[in-house]
Structures are given as C-alpha cells and as structure tokens.
Design a protein around this ligand. Structure first.
Ligand code: HEM
Length: 394
C-alpha cells in the first residue's frame, strides 16, 4: 500500500524524499509544511497531472477536468464546473435528490432488519444514485435501470480493464446525451448537469466552444471523481463509528439534537479517510501523502485513535487552507466539489446515526474486522461492512 510504504520511508528519511521510480523522478511530501510549499508556493509549477495511458483512452483524450493539462482549456472547463455545475446554488438546488435518496437508503437498511445488512453495498448504491440523478436526471437503481446500465460495475471494471468496457461505457454516455438533445424530450422541473452543460455549449459565449466529446468527458469526471470518493468516505466513517460505540453514542446524541446536520460535520469524518494523489511538474511527479499528514504526531495528539470529537470547537479548515488536513487537496487543482461532496455525505451520515442503533453481527468483534484496503485511485476496504441496524423509530 503506497501510503503506508511511503510513510515508513518518510519516518526513516524525513518528510521530503526523492525516489527514482523506473524512468520517473518522484518527490514524496509527507508534512503539512512541505505540502503547503508544494501546493501553495509552487502550485502553478505543479498544476498538471500525469496523462496516464488509460486516462487518454477513457477520458476522451484527457479533455476532462481531472486530466486536462494546465492551460486555457482546463481553466475554461474548471470555471464551468465552479460557476455552473458545482456552485453552492446548484448544489442547493439538488437538495431534493439528496433528501429522497437518503430516505431510500434508510428504508433499504431498515428493510433488512432483523437480519444483517451489507452497509457497504447500500452506501455504494446511494452514492451512485445521487450522482446519476444529478448528472442525468435519471434514476438508475429504481425499476431495474441501474442493473441495465450497470454504472457501478462499469466504473469498477474500468479501473481494472479499460478497453474491454470502453465501448459499452461510451455508448451509455452517448445514449444519455442523445436523449438530452432530443427536442421532444419532456422538460424536467430541475435541470440536470447534462442540461446545464448543453445550455453552456449552446450559448456560444465560450472562448473555446465545447464539442460533444468535451461535454461527455466533463460528465464522466463527475462520476469518476464523485461516486467512489463519496462512497469510501461514508464507508470508512461508518466502519470507524461502528468499531467505536462510545464515539458513536456521542455523535448520535448530537445528530439527534441538532436540527441541521452540522453535528457530524465532514471534517470530523474526513480526518479518518484515506487519500493521496499525484501532481506533476514538467519532469517530476509529486506525491502528497495526505494520509500520513493527517496522522502526523507533530500535529495531532493520538493520531491513530479515532476521535472525531477532536474537531468540536476547532476551526481547522478542511477545504484546502490548513495543510494539516487536506482530504480535498489544495490550490488550483484542489477538489471543485467540496460543497457537493460534503452535502451528500453529511445528510446520509446524520440520518444513519439518527435512525438506527448499530451493532456488529453476533459473534463478530471489532478487532476481527478485516481492514485490508484495495489498491486503487481511492483506497476502500476489500471486505464489506456487514452490520445489524436496529431501527430506532419503528
Ligand atoms: C468526499 C468526497 C470527495 C473527496 C474526498 C474528493 C477529493 C479530491 C481530491 C483529493 C482531489 C485532488 C486535489 C488536488 O490535486 O489537490 C480532487 C479533485 C477533483 N474532484 Fe473531488 N473529492 C470528492 C468529491 C467530488 C465530487 C462529488 C466531485 C464531482 C461531482 C468531484 C470532482 C473532482 C474533480 C473534477 C477534480 C479535479 C479538479 C482539477 O483537476 O481541476 N470530487 N477531489
């Protein structure tokens, strides 16, 4: 696991390392101070990502936001994301989707009682459903659509074997966009992200007009960058809470008292989730080990203990200002969807804590849970979280 191996090296050799990884000169940064230097002082020089082979194939020749190189095109589409697709106003306009999907999540979990529930599966469905409805205005898991298109499966498999799935993936996207272009299509009350992008494209005020492939690349990013991150944050958060019933109780109490969800605010949970990412300068790859930084004993007391209360009353910023906690990255290429992501996670987490008493299945102890992580762009547990969720308001 790179984040673990690189932390071990940093503990031995210091917070900045140079590694020659095959042909690629690589610098690994593992302290808040050096992350700030990389992502703030030298942000401009490190504002591109490596255009890996599979990204060129999958993301329409890297014309999406994540992989397009720093320059006029990236600035234009990033601006569209910030101002149009992921603005606070737009995120607010999708509150009905979040509310309905959280209600469905709670219903699905409740239905499994008195049996156990595969919470990981439910959380993956939730993240996928929110993104599908927001992006396409379509419900993929109700009425068999989800299985028909199999988005989650496609996304998972595309990480492993790109070309085999590529045409299936792209044909689904083509179909979605074609449906949106149909003048006979019934106008929805709420615009989805494809509608918004097609409007921007039509307005014709862009310096570089967007092609249909550009539109698809941007939408694909919303899935690729949005579903797994949301899912793993919820999955790790719930895993830690269920393994630490005393912590769960404290937060449950807060989520019951609070009229909004602010009591289980994201920074409390993001402190626990794994994250690392890669930036790129002209020749050298930079790894920022955000996972190690979030557990640095120089900054954090008892860094290995799950203690989300440490953030109560703290004003540490988790959106890229304070480099001790950077789950969303920082600087020019920092995550443009902090508002979107936190809104999707907060409501689900607060409702899950509020609606159920959580236990591990009889005979399973917290220390028996297999915490092995899968190797990938995001790090999720290989084992699913199987739990007993007792409805509190049946
Ligand atoms: C818990 C949820 C999320 C986490 C923890 C997360 C984290 C991150 C991180 C660490 C980066 C790289 C930052 C850097 O290089 O400094 C990133 C970039 C990005 N994220 Fe997120 N993200 C989340 C949710 C989302 C969602 C929901 C979307 C879209 C709907 C999204 C879209 C993007 C995009 C497009 C980029 C690339 C930005 C660019 O290169 O200009 N993210 N995210």
């Amino acid at each position: 696991m790179p984040h673990l191996a690189l932390r071990s090296l940093a503990q031995k050799y210091g917070p900045i390392l140079f590694l020659q990884l095959g042909e690629i000169p690589t610098v690994v940064v593992s302290s808040a101070r050096l992350a700030k230097e990389a992502l703030k002082t030298h942000d401009l020089a490190l504002s591109s990502r490596p255009q890996i082979f599979s990204a060129k194939h999958l993301f329409y020749n890297c014309t999406d936001v994540v992989f397009s190189p720093y320059g006029a095109y990236w600035r234009q589409i990033r601006k569209i994301c910030i101002l149009e697709l992921l603005s606070a106003k737009r995120v607010q306009s999708y509150s009905f989707v979040r509310e309905q999907e959280v209600a469905r999540l709670v219903r699905r979990v409740a239905e499994s009682y008195p049996g156990t529930t595969n919470l990981s599966k439910m959380l993956a469905l939730y993240s996928n459903d929110v993104l599908c409805r927001v992006a396409f205005g379509r419900d993929f898991s109700g009425g068999g659509e989800y299985d028909k298109h199999g988005f989650q499966k496609m996304l998972e498999e595309n990480e492993i074997k790109t070309s085999a799935n590529l045409s299936l993936f792209q044909s689904t996207f083509d179909q979605m966009v074609t449906e949106h272009l149909n003048p006979m299509r019934e106008k929805e009350e709420h615009k989805d992200l494809v509608d918004v992008l097609l409007d921007v494209q039509k307005e014709g005020s862009l310096e570089m007009p967007l092609t249909m492939d550009n539109v698809k690349a941007i939408i694909l990013d919303m899935f690729a960058a949005g579903t797994d991150t949301t899912f793993i944050t919820l999955d790790w958060g719930m895993t830690e809470l269920i393994m630490n019933p005393k912590v769960m109780e404290k937060h449950k109490l807060k989520s019951s008292i609070a009229s909004s969800c602010s009591s289980v605010g994201p920074k409390r949970i993001y402190g626990t989730c794994n994250d690392r990412w890669i930036r790129y300068s002209a020749k050298t790859r930079i790894f920022v080990n955000a996972w190690a930084i979030g557990r640095d004993p120089e900054t954090w007391e008892n860094p290995e203990t799950f203690e989300p209360e440490r953030f109560w009353g703290s004003n540490i910023d988790f959106k890229g200002q304070d480099f001790e906690l950077i789950p969303f990255g920082a600087g020019r290429r920092g995550c443009p969807a902090v508002t979107f992501g936190t809104a999707t996670i907060e409501l689900a987490l607060a409702q899950l804590l509020h609606s159920f008493d959580w236990e591990l299945p009889t005979g399973t102890r917290a220390k028996d849970l297999d915490m092995t992580e899968a190797f990938g762009i995001t790090m999720h547990r290989i084992a699913h979280l199987i739990v007993l969720a007792k409805p509190r308001f049946a």
